[in-house]
Design a protein around this ligand. Structure first.
Ligand code: AMP
Ligand code: MG
Length: 330
């Protein structure tokens, strides 16, 4: 009989994620907003995105050989830009001296798998690149996907504030592993769990900072239909899923700004695994579970709703009503 590969335990990946996250912060200290380049689709990318993807994919290939990866970046742009390639390779070699300008693009291209059924990694090396550049939130987001479902997820959020003076968190959880969080340098984990406030007045809805990624206007209508009074908690990246998983927020809405838009699997796989492991719930705006087995995008889903479970159907109904017929996601 065909044997299934064994996924890692959550703790196995902490050193790799910490060293990649530390490198991102060092790159930011040295380059700041200057580390902004533009991809063919006009979206921003940084040296840190490329360096982080190469380091993580190399670490995964060595630890779990034979498991393919679906990752956001590729080596193509760097092959046509020798200067950028060398700068990325120089930062990578601070952490892993075996990465150089000769092999960097090949390590990046290991993320070119098309997804689908079976087991594979889904990686967004820097989810929330715009947040990273603005000094906001970002997440190194990694998931083990099995048969269309995020089996295990990790998110390293070097800037997540979990109390006064307590910056930097790693989150993980999935099938057979309750959701946990680690402070940036400490191996002792805390269990985390979704939490509902006593009253709707304290219920916090979170959404993207970027109004082009979700409709702020329609989510305000949803909040008002639900009777919420707090202003939305705007945060970049999948750190929003972590905010729900640890009880800092209670609803996460992503309302598509254009009809044909499809979310990328690496933007939701890690967050979904962690939020579900913390007792929360994730569906699209039609109430369907997210299907990560359809390729590199969530092609059978429209938009996203994350919740603690309790207000899920009320929020789905309010989102439907708040969306004009011509913009609905059928
Ligand atoms: P966030 O930080 O939650 O705003 O999400 C960042 C992610 O949004 C990026 O990784 C992009 O892949 C994704 N993204 C880019 N354009 C759009 C769009 N038009 N609608 C929704 N998500 C998008
Ligand atoms: Mg992303």
């Amino acid at each position: 009989m065909h044997e299934r590969p064994e996924p890692p335990a959550p703790d196995d990946l902490l050193p790799l994620l910490r060293s990649a996250g530390d490198l991102c912060e060092r790159i930011y200290e040295r380059m700041g907003m200057g580390d902004r380049h533009t991809k063919a689709d006009h979206s921003p990318v940084t040296i840190a995105d490329y360096a982080c993807q190469a380091l993580i994919l190399k670490g995964l290939a060595q630890g779990w050989p034979g498991i393919p990866a679906v990752a956001e970046e590729s080596g193509r742009a760097l092959r046509g830009n020798r200067d950028l390639l060398e700068r990325v390779a120089a930062f990578c070699s601070e952490v892993d001296p075996d990465i150089d300008a000769g092999n960097l693009a090949d390590w990046l291209d290991r993320g070119g798998h098309n997804g689908g059924e079976g087991d594979f990694w889904a990686l967004d090396p820097i989810d929330g690149t715009k947040g990273y550049l603005r000094g906001g939130q970002y997440a190194l987001a990694l998931a083990w996907v099995r048969d269309g479902h995020p089996w295990l997820g990790w998110m390293a959020c070097p800037r997540y504030e979990a109390g006064k003076g307590c910056v930097g968190r790693i989150f993980a959880g999935g099938r057979g592993f309750p959701a946990r969080e680690w402070s940036w340098r400490d191996d002792d984990a805390l269990l985390i769990r979704v939490a509902d406030p006593d009253s709707l007045l304290q219920l916090s809805l979170c959404e993207s900072v970027e109004g082009s990624h979700t409709s702020h206007e329609r989510s305000a209508a949803v909040a008002s239909a639900l009777g919420l009074e707090l202003p939305p908690l705007r945060m970049d990246s999948q750190a929003k899923y972590a905010a729900l998983a640890r009880g800092d927020a209670h609803l996460y809405l992503r309302l598509p700004q254009r009809r044909g838009f499809r979310e990328c699997i690496w933007d939701h796989a890690a967050g979904t695994a962690i939020l579900e492991a913390a007792g929360g719930c994730v569906t699209d705006l039609n109430g369907r579970i997210l299907d990560f087995g359809k390729g590199r995008t969530l092609s059978s889903n429209r938009g996203v709703l994350g919740s603690t479970g309790r207000h899920h159907s009320a929020a789905l109904e309010a989102a439907w009503k708040a969306t004009p017929e011509e913009a609905r996601w059928t």
